[in-house]
Design a protein around this ligand. Structure first.
Ligand SMILES: O=C(O)Cc1cc(O)ccc1O
Ligand SMILES: [Fe+2]
Length: 498
């Protein structure tokens, strides 16, 4: 969350065509030694990625070559440096308390208002206008999806065209609820920008890196990294490595923040300094006069388009604490038991979007990273359970510790409120018999969960038309046999067979 101490963050990269991990070779090597699963790809040299670091910091940044583009000591001078326009982007109500207030000041070639009227785009069967529609199904069944197909290059599906709503609840109108999407794409957003009026997007690439141009600058986000594009910020996605697939968590209220650490102390889980924010960069390859740009807006879950005769990525300098950011999941500093029993998965929370009910999240983003398992006398995989929260899970790579098969990278599962689930029969069998030496678990794996207090319905396309729902999912638990023997009154363990 926003720090109470507004401090201008030190840049982590002044000029680089490289990923921050490549900033200092020795540092990168040291990192790689401790984070063996960090397979973050290097971005192409054609783009320059420059970041500041520190979650929720107050940043001040000017595009390279335009020193002094930020006004000094005031936000709205009579005439801004370089003849730029000053524009405020508010991420919270003006009057929100200082610790949670978010806004940025953008200094741009022309203000955002210079566009033609928006026109509504035709309805798309992969979108959901209203999660309470009769065709969205609330279901108490365990649901699992096989991976959605990634379009071929020649199909030319851009990121904004490949958005597919899976499940959700509530509405942007009421500023209450969430949506979970999958995206698949095979083409760059070319002269097209998008923004979401409905809420924040937390994007989890699963296949293929994303080059995301935002109003605040460029982000390179590879699988095993995530990014957050807050409400209203315009962005365009390019695909430097070809076709992509990934997941999106959208929250209709609030913003993501780091979870409180309680007794853990001042450090651990996702550390604030590992969050990277773009430095100012504007689009120089598009002439600002005579160019044609389309801006797509998701507004109350409907898509609209407006044209502009210049690039919306025309911010030469900005300052503030409302901006997109990225985070490398291999930096997650996991905590777990060093004695016994399986802790609740909240111990792996990367980011949370709080509701007004203390301790109950609109949505948590939780990961299951590679780590050591050392619990003694313990059934180590996730336990059988029924939850007061909804659990959507996805897999970036590898294999998830509670599921022997069927849950594959790019696939997903939904276990709704009070829907029973847990380790499948083969996992139970193996984990009940395994030797409890310290072992590495989930090496080469990254599973995640979007956990939410909302009771979600499932979109018609995701449930039926996609044909990706695994109808035999429930059978994976049917092999869980009763071991209780009514005649074994002494509870003699030796008589138990697993
Ligand atoms: O259902 C799941 O696999 C997610 C999960 C993991 C875990 O370690 C404990 C509880 C839980 O819901
Ligand atoms: Fe669960």
């Amino acid at each position: 969350m926003a720090s109470n101490k507004p401090a201008v963050a030190a840049p982590v990269a002044v000029t680089s065509t490289a990923h921050p991990a490549a900033l200092a070779k020795s540092a990168a090597e040291a990192h790689a030694a401790h984070h063996p699963n960090n397979a973050t790809a290097q971005p192409p040299a054609a783009f320059t990625y420059r970041y500041n670091s520190g979650f929720g910091n107050e940043f001040a940044t000017e595009a390279e070559g335009y020193p002094g583009a930020l006004p000094v000591g005031q936000n709205t001078p009579q005439v801004c440096p370089y003849g730029l326009y000053a524009e405020q982007l508010s991420g919270t109500a003006f009057t929100v308390g200082r610790s949670h207030n978010q806004r940025s000041w953008l200094y741009r070639i022309r203000p955002s208002v210079c566009h033609k009227p928006f026109e509504k785009l035709p309805a798309n069967p992969r979108h959901v206008r209203n999660w309470s529609d009769a065709e969205c199904e609330p279901t108490p069944n365990q649901l699992r999806w096989s991976p959605f197909n990634v379009p071929a290059q020649k199909e030319k599906v851009a990121f904004h065209e490949g958005l597919t709503a899976i499940c959700g609840a509530g509405s942007p109108e009421a500023r209450s609820g969430i949506a979970i999407h999958v995206y698949t794409a095979s083409a760059d957003m070319d002269k097209v920008a998008m923004y979401n009026s409905d809420g924040d997007y937390l994007i989890v690439p699963q296949q293929g890196a994303l080059n995301i141009r935002t109003e605040m600058g460029l982000l390179y986000v590879a699988p095993n990294e995530i990014c957050v594009i807050p409400r209203g910020i315009r962005f365009a996605v390019r695909l430097p490595e070809g076709p992509v697939r990934g997941y999106i968590l959208e929250v209709y209220s609030g913003h993501f923040e780091l979870p409180d650490l309680g007794p853990i102390g001042a450090n651990g889980l996702a550390n604030p300094r590992d969050f990277l924010y773009p430095m100012a960069a504007f689009e120089s390859d598009v002439p600002n006069e005579g160019a044609s740009y389309t801006v797509i807006n998701k507004y109350c879950n409907q898509f609209w388009a407006a044209s502009m005769d210049h690039s919306p990525f025309n911010v030469v300098a900005w300052h503030g604490n409302y901006a997109p950011y990225k985070y490398d999941l291999s930096r997650f500093n996991a905590f777990n038991t060093v004695t016994f029993d399986h802790p609740d998965p909240s111990v792996f929370t990367v980011l949370t979007c709080k509701s007004n009910s203390p301790g109950t999240a609109v949505a948590d983003f939780v990961v299951f990273p590679p780590r050591w398992a050392v619990g003694q006398g313990t059934f180590r995989p996730p336990y059988a359970h029924r939850n007061a929260m909804s659990e959507y899970m996805g897999l970036i790579k590898g294999a998830y510790e509670a599921k022997a098969e069927g849950f594959v990278p790019g696939g997903g599962s939904l276990h709704s409120i009070m829907t029973p689930h847990g380790p499948d029969a083969p996992t139970f069998q193996t984990a009940s018999n395994v030797d409890l030496a310290p072992v590495r678990v989930a090496d080469g794996t990254m599973a995640f969960m979007f956990e939410s207090c909302f009771m979600m319905t499932v979109g018609k396309w995701a449930l039926e038309e996609s044909k990706k729902v695994q109808n035999d999912y429930y059978t994976h638990w049917q092999g869980l046999k009763a071991h209780f023997d009514v005649n074994n009154k002494e509870g003699d363990k030796k008589k138990l067979k697993f």
